[in-house]
Ligand binder design. Structure first.
Ligand SMILES: Cc1cc2nc3c(=O)[nH]c(=O)nc-3n(C[C@H](O)[C@H](O)[C@H](O)COP(=O)(O)OP(=O)(O)OC[C@H]3O[C@@H](n4cnc5c(N)ncnc54)[C@H](O)[C@@H]3O)c2cc1C
Length: 436
């Protein structure tokens, strides 16, 4: 059997421009050049390719879906907004594919209230590693549904607030208090909550988006100079025409009793869509300066609540200040484990509250090694200090590392792989089951 005999052969490219374009991702660190690239226009086209590899051992090859090729989240937003609706749970950046974020989890400031994106899926059409096209949901083919996975919003305007702390335990204490109010109908529940580190990087804003007004920069910078790291809590409450008269009062109630630094509360308003697409303007600016397609040695972690203060002491106030190379956003915010479905493949810490910490570094073409070194230092520190960190969006090169990562979920993950992709055809580059 020859691949050229397939109906889809016209959609297969083997020329260097196509294979080269598919060989890299946003990280710009790992490169894997495929033999050919399929640009499918139907699910049947994808199934035909998998079938060929599944049934003909003489031509067997691995197949990986490449995201950012179709069905982006931004299209989902635009389409649902036409009906006055929108999903409730998002990633910070919407120019990612639906398949791509659902293969990970999809987290952002809404996760504490609505769960990650994977907790908000009702049904999916999936093509398995046996080339079967299957519809799955919690009721139908549920094994497949949970194996693959790792609403209604209020629209109009968002009331967007940032407050600043010099003390990490006050910062996390307030974050935890705020996410404890997470009922869908709770008037004092926020619609979004994140947090970040502000360090000496020239400006309190970063590439992702500008928030602070220029006239506020000097006093924020002098606070950073005094404390070296300060912590910024960011919250949002949606409102519309019916609720606009009460939103300020509600926000005041929500912030009452918090321990942020007096005088360091900053507020602005934005359209709902403008808020959700906030990272896009940063991307376009970097792109125009040739700074978007650069290496991104990112490290994303989930840290149990009971160990986040140790993490601050050892990593933020230890490694990060010592190495003094961190540039760009460092996110830190908590989530509730109960909003994650434990039947899904995603791996999270065992505690009811855990934090996500994201070092979203950009580097020059030749100096990403220093950031990778720092990332490894952080992982080494966690191991030594007994901090049960779990990586989100991990890249491991050995099966042993994946075994450690999955922990108690390894067995069920392996069983599901054998059930739905027994010849190990899909996403071989992850090295979860076979070292390449
Ligand atoms: C600028 C930027 C900001 C980000 N912000 C966030 C954030 O706020 N929150 C968050 O959770 N993540 C965030 N991420 C990470 C993001 O979730 C992952 O990078 C994800 O992998 C992106 O998906 P992608 O569309 O680029 O797909 P890819 O990275 O190409 O794919 C990811 C995985 O999914 C598989 N896959 C893709 N499509 C399909 C499909 N249709 N069917 C089956 N498998 C598929 C691929 O084979 C691969 O294994 C961000 C990434 C970037 C680049």
């Amino acid at each position: 059997m020859d691949i050229k005999a397939l109906d889809i052969s016209a959609k297969l490219s083997v020329d260097a421009s196509a294979t080269e374009a598919a060989s890299q991702d946003f990280g710009h660190i790992v490169k894997a050049v495929p033999k050919a690239v399929l640009h499918p226009s139907t699910p049947q086209g994808i199934a035909a390719l998998i079938k060929l590899s599944y049934y003909y051992s003489s031509v067997r090859f691995g197949i990986a879906a490449k995201g950012q090729g179709h069905s982006l989240w931004i299209d989902v937003l635009n389409k649902t907004l036409e009906h006055g609706l929108a999903p409730v749970s998002w990633a910070d950046y919407l120019y990612l594919t639906v398949g791509g974020t659902l293969s990970n989890a999809g987290i952002s400031g809404q996760t504490f209230r609505y769960g990650p994106q994977i907790s908000n899926v009702l049904e999916m059409d999936v093509i398995t590693g046996k080339a079967d096209l299957m519809t799955c949901s919690p009721m139908k083919n549920s094994e497949l549904f949970y194996a693959v996975l790792r609403g209604l919003g209020q629209f109009g305007i968002v009331n967007w607030i940032r407050v600043i702390y010099s003390d990490f335990s006050s910062f996390t204490g307030d974050q935890e208090l705020l996410i404890s109010r997470n009922g869908r109908k709770d008037n004092n529940a926020l619609d979004y909550l994140e947090g970040s580190l502000l360090m000496d990087q020239g400006s309190p804003d970063n590439w992702r988006f500008s928030f602070f007004q220029h006239l506020d920069h000097p006093r924020i910078i002098s606070l950073i100079t005094e404390h070296r790291i300060i912590y910024c809590l960011e919250v949002v409450k949606h409102y519309n025409d019916q609720t606009k008269n009460s939103v300020d009062k509600v926000m005041k109630q929500i912030l009452q009793g918090l321990s942020y630094m007096p005088g360091f509360m900053f507020q602005k308003e934005a359209g709902y869509e403008e808020f959700l697409t906030r990272v896009r303007s940063g991307e376009l600016k970097l792109e125009s300066q040739g700074l978007w397609e650069v290496p991104h040695p990112w490290l994303n972690l989930f840290i149990p609540k009971s160990q986040i203060l140790d993490f601050n002491d050892g990593v933020f106030r230890g490694i990060v200040l010592e190495q003094n190379i961190t540039t760009g956003p460092v996110l830190v915010y908590p989530m509730n484990r109960q909003k994650w479905d434990k039947r899904m493949s995603a791996v999270i810490p065992d505690e009811e509250i855990f934090y996500t910490v994201g070092f979203l570094h950009s580097s020059g073409l030749n100096d990403w090694g220093a950031f990778e070194y720092q990332n490894k230092e952080i992982m080494r520190f966690c191991k030594k200090a007994g901090i049960m960190a779990k990586q989100y969006l991990p890249h491991y090169s050995t099966i042993d590392e994946w075994v450690h990562h999955f922990g108690s979920k390894r067995k069920i993950f392996q069983q599901r792989k054998l059930q739905f992709d027994p010849r190990m055809l899909l996403s071989p580059g992850q090295n979860i089951f076979n070292n390449n």
